[in-house]
Design a protein around this ligand. Sequence first.
Ligand code: CA
Length: 229
Amino acid sequence: MSSTILVVEDEIAISELISVNLRLAGHTVLAADSAERARSQVAAVLPDLILLDWMLPGMPGIDLLRQLRGDPRTREIPVIMLTARSAEADKIHGLDVGADDYLTKPFSPKELNARIKAVMRRRAPQLTDDAVEIGGLRLEPSSHVVSGQGKPIDIGPTEFRLLHFFMTHPGRVYSRAQLLDQVWGDHVFVEERTIDVHIRRLRLALTPTGHQDLIETVRGAGYRMQQAA
Ligand code: CA
């Protein structure tokens, strides 16, 4: 699993320790020492996850979290709050405002990695390395291999990402605009009909093993991955 993680922490020693550990785990790390700096970082690059310290100079972490949750562009970013406070009331408050998890300092690198992995599995499974299988169609993110009933399937990089997203979110309908956001990414300007081109290519790639109908067209709404063949 390789993600872009924004670390918002004003204590430099802690921030560096976390960053080194995250880089060792294969992540790309962005750092901010205040909520205000974090906001401009997020405006430029949407991270896959934010580690957010509660006590910051200026705006507290909890206020930044509230702002992130109030903006459609940043609403879905997984956030883990970091804090030296261990009062149960603070945890409940943080989770109320929309934190995905909570870590009380000091914590071990092992614990941090485990929490990140758990939150990513829950919130953004398409960014994890877990293999997914539906109806005999299997996708392995770590080796970039797709196979149908054990036979390798030749697939382009965009179709791979599209299929990975669909397979980690089966049964749900996604509009073209949502697929653009989720698969092509933020700040990317692609026409919506480009999606149709890639869906067509994806179905073509899945045809030799008979998996083309797993991707359904939902008239007037978008596309959906069937839950089982
Ligand atoms: Ca702090």
